[in-house]
Each structure stands twice: as structure tokens, then as C-alpha cells.
Design a protein around this ligand. Structure first.
Ligand code: 1GP
Length: 229
């Protein structure tokens, strides 16, 4: 398996949304570096187990991005833990994490756990509304979050989350330029190869989500960024 730091392209599947066996096979066998399972609403233990067992028919690495402690399912390769740095509510930064660690802290295999410094840039997205995120006011604000994650908290990942909207590539480029150790993950509004190329030129890793459900062919063509070296 490629090291996470070498992942350039990831598909994100939402356990709440349905996907046919054929579409799932095409996603998992597309050549993407990993499949991430996650969503902001409607994620349950049952629908997460169900999706994991279907993905496990294929050899692609599979990550759970945890949004609710009750939907933590064993059997994934990695567990990505978002800390929403620009949430107004500390519950989304450390609160739920503390709750989960009270119950499960002694049982965790930390070699599988990857914390992510999330910065939500689309306040109107499901994740923006759920977490009460306050989008960065300007690029300086974004760069401050980036340094906070990279230098103060030493988080391995900074995730620029535009969910549902294509972001400002100048902001993404400038963010990557200030990061020294953290990997920059970009997600939001990648609806085909052209936007995938733009995002891949400015971030370390790109995440394609919604387009899988709205236009599978266009989603699959985004994997071609891996051929552009
Ligand atoms: C969502 O960042 C991902 O968490 C991907 O965003 O659904 O807009 O592709 P889209």
C-alpha cells in the first residue's frame, strides 16, 4: 500500500447515499489511491459496516473519516479524525474526541489514527452548518489556520474543505506554500478532469465526492490526474 503521504487522488463515499455494485466496483478499481468513507449526516454503524463490507471485495485502501463516535466500525485501514479548526463550537475541535477517548481510549490502535486539521471554507455546506464553521475571512486567515495546524498542533494533514463548491485555487496554492510538514488535502466541487487537474496542481491530495453520485463518468475521469506527472 502506498504511504498516505503519497496519495494524490481519493474518492469519498457517503454511507447514507446508495451506490450500485457496478458503480462501486468502478470506483474501487479506478486506480484511485484510496477510498474514504464519510459524511456529515445520516452516518450510522449499520450503513458504515454495509459500505465497508462491499468495498472490502476490492483491494483499494479504505479509510473511515469519523464524524460520529457511534459509527466507528472496525476493519478499516485507517481512521481519519477531523478537528474542525474553524468551528465556533469546541465540540467539533476536541469535545467529541474527548468523549470518544473516555470510552475507547485504551483500545485504540494509534498506528491507524490520522488527525486532520479541517478548515471549512463553505459555510453553507452540510459540514459547515453542522459544525458552525466560520469560514476564513481572507487568505491571511487561511494561512494562519494552516500554520496553526502545521506548526502549533503538528497535525499531519490540513484539509481545505469546500464541500460542494470549487475553491479558490490561489488560496490553495498559497496554503501549500506555507505548510512545511503537513500534507494538504483539498476537497470540494471537483466535477471532472479539468478541475481535478487544477486542484491537483495546488494541493498534495484531492478528494472527489459528490460527482460520484451525480455523474459517475466525470468522477472516474478525474483519476487521470495520476497520469499527469
Ligand atoms: C467532501 O471534500 C469532500 O467532504 C469532497 O467534496 O463532495 O464537493 O466533491 P465534494
Amino acid at each position: 500500500m502506498l504511504d498516505i503521504r503519497e496519495w494524490k487522488h481519493v474518492f469519498k463515499l457517503d454511507p447514507e447515499r446508495s451506490i450500485s455494485d457496478e458503480a462501486l466496483e468502478r470506483v474501487c478499481c479506478s486506480g484511485t489511491h484510496a477510498v474514504m468513507v464519510g459524511g456529515s449526516t445520516g452516518v450510522t454503524f449499520e450503513n458504515t459496516v454495509d459500505l465497508l463490507s462491499r468495498i472490502r471485495r476490492f483491494s483499494v485502501p479504505c479509510v473511515l473519516e469519523i464524524s460520529h463516535a457511534e459509527a466507528i466500525v472496525p476493519g478499516f485501514d485507517y481512521y481519519f479524525i477531523p478537528m474542525v479548526l474553524n468551528s465556533r463550537d469546541p465540540q467539533w475541535i476536541v469535545g467529541q474526541h474527548r468523549e470518544a477517548l473516555r470510552d475507547y481510549g485504551a483500545l485504540i490502535d494509534w498506528s491507524q489514527v490520522v488527525p486532520q486539521g479541517y478548515v471549512v471554507l463553505n459555510e453553507d455546506s452540510a459540514v459547515g452548518r453542522l459544525t458552525g464553521a466560520e469560514a476564513p475571512l481572507d487568505v491571511k486567515d487561511m494561512l494562519a489556520y494552516a500554520r496553526l495546524a502545521d506548526k502549533l498542533l503538528r497535525l499531519p494533514i490540513v484539509y481545505m474543505e469546500y464541500s460542494g463548491r470549487f475553491g479558490d485555487m490561489e488560496w490553495v496554492r498559497r496554503t501549500r506554500d506555507v505548510l512545511q510538514a503537513s500534507q494538504l488535502v483539498y476537497g470540494g466541487g471537483i466535477d471532472g478532469l479539468e478541475k481535478a487537474r487544477q486542484a491537483a496542481a495546488n494541493a498534495d491530495t484531492i478528494v472527489v465526492g459528490n460527482t460520484i453520485y451525480t455523474d459517475l463518468e466525470r468522477a472516474l475521469e478525474t483519476v487521470q490526474v495520476l497520469e499527469d506527472v
